[in-house]
Design a protein around this ligand. Structure first.
Ligand code: ADP
Length: 556
């Protein structure tokens, strides 16, 4: 922990909130640039919409969503149309402010006219989403699942899923939404931060009771009722892979901007929290992705009125300790050099204060899984070791102008088998056809020109059209400019928080829209994903030919 700054390079940097340090030239950082922005409610909904346009069946695990205020007229019109065609459809919608968390500002409505169009909706955009009315209930209660996913690398894509997660329960018996119960948050919202304030909240002292349980305990129960748990897991794995495939194009744009290729820089990894709801028929539905999932393994207990104490939470500990431990095992830079499966921390960690708690939790149960009651003591020892041993060692070495100590005392332990299961590239073949927008993003990045930007200027767009030979007598360069201006102006007027909101250029989503437009124009009768795939192939082919020609000219 370096509360006053860091002077030595590290192998692993453990940042508390986001990737924010552009002075890192090697090692690994536990955050991707732009992840926070990419998983915000609006950005996630847009990315999912793009994928739903291309592959509607594959992406039907994400509820139909509209972005407010800009899509309010579309929302009203589509709901009216659906109601007209199916008069028995009595939907409920959930309105969620962008950038909100812990259920903040969320409310349910029965009709589009119930949207609270106060001044705040203009200043605070939101997503309105179809409400899943028939969730799976356990003990008559609604619950959701928090699953931890490790994005170990973006290029090549490497994804791991934790074998166990958390199930977070509501605290009032569930009833399908009616005008009377719409406001009952303890019945409809599963957020821990809300339900903890209900008198019915039960802190679990084991992993299969109370208001927060392990997901594996729910699976056991479902399996004993005869449910096909294997199929459920396989659906969850596809949901996770497909969601990450939807996010990677935007992440790649941020990545090249913060860590330009060819220059020294770190690699990144990140633990994400996936919030998933199970429908009555066991179909998993994605609610949201969290870039900064809480790694707390304690909860507050009120000893006497107004007096609180932090006490260990066995359920959180069971799940989260394994996630952090295995993340460190997977990214351990020494791992490549060793063949044995034991872990030694020959690794210098740069930790922000808020994350120390989580980290020594990880260390704590590493040593001795069976003797859990030792883990707090051990945790304190390791905290001491981390703070006074390793870190002071580094500082002293640095002050003395020496190389850092080669190896801190090793924490050699026979570790339990990995709780993180690799799902990509393991199942890559099954999903590779979905990675079309990734290839569109690769074209976008190629024409961005000056490194360090995330928006394409008009000249870059023209060069893209020219190099791919997409303009012709039916589509003049003047029409190209009009397309650029139209789409770019609309995207920039939406006023979404973007890294370069002052830059008038074309962001990735705007380029994707323009690309889809061009594809539809060129290959009229095909389904959209085939139109887009054909245009990508044409562009890649023409750019490869151009490169070949340039090489020949270069040699000549
Ligand atoms: P927040 O980031 O504020 O927690 P979420 O999107 O996770 O926002 O929503 C909060 C809670 O609302 C979820 O945990 C879930 O219980 C409920 N919820 C969210 N979206 C839906 C939906 N489409 N259908 C049913 N319940 C939902």
């Amino acid at each position: 922990q370096f509360p006053f700054g860091r002077r030595l390079p590290c192998d692993i940097y453990w940042h508390g909130v986001s990737f924010h340090d552009n002075n890192i030239f090697s090692g690994q950082v536990n955050k991707f640039p732009g992840m926070m922005e990419t998983v915000r409610k609006i950005t996630l909904s847009r990315a999912m919409r793009t994928m739903q346009d291309l592959f509607p069946l594959e992406y039907n695990f994400y509820p139909r969503s509209w972005i407010l205020p800009e899509e309010l007229p579309l929302f009203v019109a589509e709901v009216r149309m659906m109601k007209d065609s199916n008069p028995s459809w009595k939907p409920t919608f959930i309105v969620k402010p962008d950038g909100g968390c812990q259920g903040d500002g969320i409310y349910l409505i029965k009709d589009p006219s119930d949207i609270r169009l106060t001044g705040s909706i203009q200043s605070r955009p939101a997503v309105v989403q179809e409400y899943i009315c028939k969730p799976l209930l356990v003990d008559k209660l609604k619950f959701d699942i928090r699953l931890y996913v490790l994005l170990k690398s973006l290029e090549p894509l490497e994804i791991y899923i934790a074998k166990d997660g958390l199930s977070r329960f509501c605290t009032e018996p569930y009833q399908e939404p009616t005008l009377k119960n719409l406001h009952q948050v303890f019945m409809h919202l599963t957020n821990y931060s809300l339900n903890i304030h209900s008198g019915n909240f039960i802190h679990s002292d084991s992993v299969n009771t109370g208001s927060k349980r392990t997901f594996s305990s729910i699976l056991c129960r479902l399996s004993s009722r005869g449910a096909d748990v294997k199929k459920l897991w396989s659906d969850i794995i596809s949901l996770v892979i497909k969601t990450i495939i939807a996010l990677t194009p935007e992440l790649k744009v941020y990545y090249q901007s913060d860590i330009p290729a060819g220059k020294p820089g770190p690699t990144c990894f990140q633990i994400l929290g996936f919030d998933i709801l199970l429908m009555k028929n066991l179909k998993p539905v994605l609610l949201e992705v969290n870039a900064n999932p809480s790694m707390r393994i304690e909860h507050e207990q009120e000893l006497s009125p107004g007096v609180f104490e932090n006490v260990p939470s066995p359920v959180d500990e069971e799940v989260k300790v394994a996630v952090i431990r295995d993340t460190l095992r997977l990214v351990d830079p020494q791992k490549k050099k060793r063949k044995d499966t034991h872990l030694s921390f020959h690794t210098y960690l740069f930790i922000f204060p808020t994350q120390v708690q989580s980290l020594h939790a990880g260390f704590a149960s590493m040593k001795d899984k069976q003797h859990k009651h030792h883990s707090l003591k051990l945790s304190l020892k390791l905290k001491f070791y981390l703070k006074l041993g390793l870190c002071r060692g580094l500082e002293q070495a640095e002050e003395a102008g020496e190389e850092p100590p080669e190896a801190a005392p090793a924490v050699e332990a026979a570790l339990p088998s990995l709780c993180l299961k690799q799902v990509f590239p393991k199942y890559a073949q099954q999903f590779s056809y979905l990675r079309l927008v990734d290839r569109v993003a690769a074209l976008f990045i190629r024409f961005l020109g000056v490194k360090g930007t995330t928006k394409l200027g008009p000249t870059g767009f023209r060069t893209f059209i020219r190099n791919c030979r997409l303009s012709n007598s039916n589509f003049s360069m003047a029409a190209v400019d009009i397309l650029y201006i139209d789409i770019t102006r609309r995207w920039n007027s939406m006023g979404i928080d973007h890294k370069e909101s002052g830059n008038p250029g074309m962001c990735l989503q705007a380029f994707v829209e323009a690309f889809f437009c061009l594809a539809q124009k060129k290959y009229k009768s095909l389904p959209l994903h085939e139109q887009v795939a054909s245009l990508i192939e044409l562009c890649e082919c023409r750019l490869a030919a151009l490169r070949g020609k340039r090489l020949v000219w270069g040699c000549g």
